[in-house]
Design a protein around this ligand. Structure first.
Ligand SMILES: NC(=O)c1ccc[n+]([C@@H]2O[C@H](COP(=O)([O-])OP(=O)(O)OC[C@H]3O[C@@H](n4cnc5c(N)ncnc54)[C@H](O)[C@@H]3O)[C@@H](O)[C@H]2O)c1
Length: 254
């Protein structure tokens, strides 16, 4: 078990990818704070792992709540080793149809500022504890490429990549690694928005395997990056995208 005895926090823990990260971390021996917006939902989810997972209701756009979450992890489990800033939202919409508040501020506050809050609160707590640690951020292939209908989302994920690099540089002297994971298209409620837009089959055919990545496959990458096996990976954004960025249009696409 590569995370035996570790204490981790996962935000967006009740979503498609977050649930699988929590599952995987518990199987690898970690105790986990599962954090998401809805109190009842986090408690129901945490209740599936008695003694190993605690639920915490958090809105990552509010720094005070993020600080309280980090403190709760230490109160419950005695320390903190891994912070996973995974909460995110997306709402596909053409740029020319944007409302600048609803379609820019809302996404930016969760995807960009929320990750910043998580990095800052976790780093300060690790410094106070005098312990090394790992901070992992969920980015996206869309942080590195242009795409239609996802203007703000892409900007926010590019920011996640840069926050990862800058934080890694400043936190390295404390023994804190900061790494991002850039999934491609993962079959979760967030991606299912494309079903409602009538684009599900279209984007599925753009996949190298003609299938979407499964959330559990992304969770495996997080577990590896949180472990000592990844000690020499720092400041990077690691692609977990089925080759999408390299081979966007497979020959078999119809
Ligand atoms: N699904 C994909 O194809 C894909 C691809 C690349 C990156 N990602 C990223 O993976 C992460 C997880 O997404 P997912 O696909 O599991 O989506 P999801 O919608 O299933 O889960 C996202 C979770 O984040 C929570 N959340 C939203 N706003 C929050 C807030 N303010 N505070 C706390 N929690 C909040 C939601 O309640 C939800 O449970 C996101 O950062 C997303 O951008 C997803």
């Amino acid at each position: 078990m590569r995370l035996q005895g570790k204490v981790a926090i996962v935000t967006g823990a009740c979503g498609g990818i977050g649930r699988q990260i929590v599952n995987k971390f518990v199987r690898e021996g970690a105790r986990v704070v599962a954090a998401d917006l809805d109190q009842q939902q986090v408690e129901e989810f945490a209740g599936q792992f008695p003694g190993e997972v605690k639920g915490f209701a958090v809105d990552v756009t509010d720094y005070a709540q993020v600080q309280a979450m980090v403190c709760a992890a230490v109160d419950w489990f005695g320390t903190l080793d891994v912070m996973i800033n995974n909460a995110g939202i997306g709402a596909p919409k053409a740029l020319l149809e944007h409302d600048p508040v609803a379609d820019f501020d809302a996404i930016t506050r969760v995807n960009q500022k929320g990750v910043y809050h998580g990095i800052l609160a976790a780093a300060k707590k690790l410094q106070e504890l005098g312990r090394p640690g790992v901070i992992l951020n969920t980015s996206s292939i869309y942080g590195r490429m242009a795409a239609e209908m996802t203007f703000t989302y892409n900007v926010s994920k590019a920011a996640v990549d840069m926050m990862t690099k800058c934080a890694a540089l400043e936190l390295a002297p404390l023994g804190i690694r900061v790494v991002a994971v850039a999934p491609g298209r993962v079959d979760t409620p967030m991606l299912r928005q494309y079903e409602a837009l009538g684009l599900w089959e279209h984007i599925r055919r753009e996949q190298m395997r003609n299938e979407f990545t499964q959330p559990a496959e992304i969770a495996d990458i997080f577990a590896f990056l949180a472990s000592g096996e990844a000690n020499c990976i720092n400041g990077s954004t690691v692609s977990a995208d089925d080759g999408f960025l390299n081979f966007k249009y497979p020959l078999t696409a119809g």
